[in-house]
Design a binder for this molecule. Structure first.
Ligand SMILES: Nc1ncnc2c1ncn2[C@@H]1O[C@H](COP(=O)(O)OP(=O)(O)OP(=O)(O)O)[C@@H](O)[C@H]1O
Length: 504
């Protein structure tokens, strides 16, 4: 993933929440990117994201910030994904579809309608051939169901060189602005096209959204303690955009996937049993698979990204991996009664955001006017809290080493970027583990080199010993010869002559 934008949206308090807690909310706004999160059972934490949309934010604000760059990239052949994440009732579907996909005013229309609208504008204004295909599926209990044709309830995910990842056999609404291209299409779809092409912008969008409305009505909905009509499936709107013609091989193909996830609340909070419990477990499993994939993609562990761990991550594989753009909208309830779930949503967002904001990869321009100036006391305090937490899971001497390293290298903990101690600890711990593993690898290399050197020296020593032994033998023989010559020297020649020792 080349880029990920992480935003938070707090919806307005509901009547029920107002009745229970009055106007109390679980956050205090600092600016358009940060807020203090208040939860009675934990210390206050400052969270920072690319953007925070507070209760008064408009749907168009969310679209402009989050979706416009993704739509324009898709038109240029770059895949993109927009994901809404959060507990049931936090405002995921509202952000995606508005109060109703068909019947809502311009102010309230959601991301889906706005994407359709934008694509229509491009389609109409372009001189070259355009094809936009739209399909709509849901992932329910790890099965992919076609929301535009319910008879297709277990679609298979496939991969091809030309199409990348695709859902085999899913119904596609195709919209084409070329009369040539229309000739190759089936009659039923053609009727829809020609209808679309003769329509004005709003009629066109209405026709397109009517199809989507049918799909939305088909979504698996369950009843939980959290919400009377809670979406129990992940809903995916897939827009495949193709621009240009195949004849001159200048085709640009991009994909936009809008994902309205099922509620992320913990299983216990749903009060679920039986089938609903199975739903909640499957939802949690696929959401953690999504978290693992995002982590692997953003931490540079790209040699193994676990896309195949869930249907959701498999479908999103080429919209998340490679040259693509992603945006995550973390939807939260502002009510103190939902603070634990909101905190867990914010932590999910922070894990993605923290890694992206790492100064090693993407230097971020900090607007000092906006950020509170940090005293060294704050930094030291945060460092100590992180180290204390690490002491629970790491060896004392390793933590001491880390502390020394932080001081020596002047590593500063900035509460504006390290918003979540647990995530910071996790990151520091995994960094520590990878550093240790790297050190082990380096040591292994050194040990191998030393072993080779040792063997070489041993061989040289043996050779030297052999030479020394031979030299010793030679010296002994030489000495014996010299000794014998000396003894003969003392014997008178006439005595030696008969034995042939002395010449006549
Ligand atoms: N920004 C907002 N402004 C006004 N009302 C909102 C906003 N966000 C959410 N709501 C309202 O809050 C309620 C719950 O929102 P929504 O259905 O979008 O939640 P959800 O996260 O999609 O839940 P689920 O996971 O169960 O589908 C709805 O009645 C919706 O209209």
């Amino acid at each position: 993933m080349s880029n990920v934008t992480v935003c938070v949206r707090f919806r307005p308090l509901s009547h029920k929440e107002r009745k229970a807690n009055g106007d109390n909310v679980c956050f205090r706004k600092l600016d358009s990117e940060s807020f203090v999160f208040k939860y009675e059972r934990e210390e206050d934490v400052i969270f920072s994201f690319d953007k925070v949309f507070y209760e008064d934010a408009q749907q168009s604000d969310v679209y402009d910030f989050l979706a416009v760059p993704i739509v324009s990239d898709a038109i240029n052949g770059i895949n993109g994904t927009i994901i809404t994440y959060g507990q049931t009732g936090a405002g995921k579907t509202y952000s995606m579809e508005g109060p109703s996909i068909l019947h809502c005013n311009e102010q309230k229309t959601g991301l889906v309608q706005r994407v359709v609208d934008e694509l229509f504008v491009c389609l109409r204004s372009s001189a070259s051939t355009w094809t936009v295909k739209l399909s709509m599926v849901e992932i329910y209990l790890e099965k992919v169901r076609d929301l535009l044709d319910l008879s297709k309830d277990n679609l298979q995910i496939k991969e091809s060189k030309t199409q990348g990842i695709y859902i085999s056999g899913s119904t596609e609404i195709s919209i084409v602005n070329s009369s040539d291209a229309l000739e190759n299409l089936s009659v039923s779809v053609l009727e829809f096209y020609s209808e679309c092409l003769s329509l004005c912008r709003y009629e066109f969008i209405f026709a397109c959204l009517s199809k989507l409305q049918q799909g939305i009505a088909n979504r698996a909905v369950g009843e939980t303690q959290m919400n009377l009509a809670s979406s129990r499936s992940h809903c995916l709107y897939i827009f495949s955009v193709q621009h240009g013609s195949t004849s001159d091989e200048r085709v640009k193909a991009g994909k936009i996937i809008l994902v309205d996830l099922a509620g992320s609340e913990k299983v216990e909070k749903t009060g679920a049993e039986g089938r609903v419990l199975d739903e909640a477990k499957t939802i949690n499993k696929s959401l953690s698979a999504l978290g693992n994939v995002i982590n692997a993609l953003t931490t540079g562990k790209q040699n193994h990204v676990p896309f195949r761990d869930s249907k959701l991550t498999r479908i999103l594989q080429d919209a998340l991996g490679g040259n693509s753009r992603a945006a995550l909208l973390c939807c939260c309830s502002p009510s103190p009664s939902n603070a634990p779930e909101s905190l867990s949503t914010l932590r999910f967002g922070t894990r993605t955001k923290l890694i992206k904001a790492s100064p090693k990869s993407i230097p971020e321009v900090v607007d000092n006017a906006k950020k509170p100036i940090l005293g060294t006391h704050d930094q030291d305090d945060l460092r100590d809290r992180i180290l204390n937490k690490l002491r629970l899971s790491l060896k004392e001497e390793d933590v001491d080493l880390l502390e020394e390293l932080f001081l020596q290298e002047g590593i500063i903990f900035d509460p504006n970027s390290i918003t979540d101690i647990d995530s910071a600890c996790q990151d520091t711990a995994s960094e520590e583990i990878s550093l240790l593993m790297q050190a082990v690898e380096e040591l292994k290399g050194t040990v191998e080199e030393l072993a080779d050197e040792n063997q070489k020296l041993r061989r040289e020593l043996e050779v030297a010993r052999e030479i020394a032994a031979q030299a010793q033998l030679a010296a002994a023989a030489g000495a014996a010869a010299a000794r014998s010559r000396t003894l003969l020297d003392f014997v008178p020649a006439p005595l030696l002559r008969p034995f042939g020792f002395v010449p006549d």
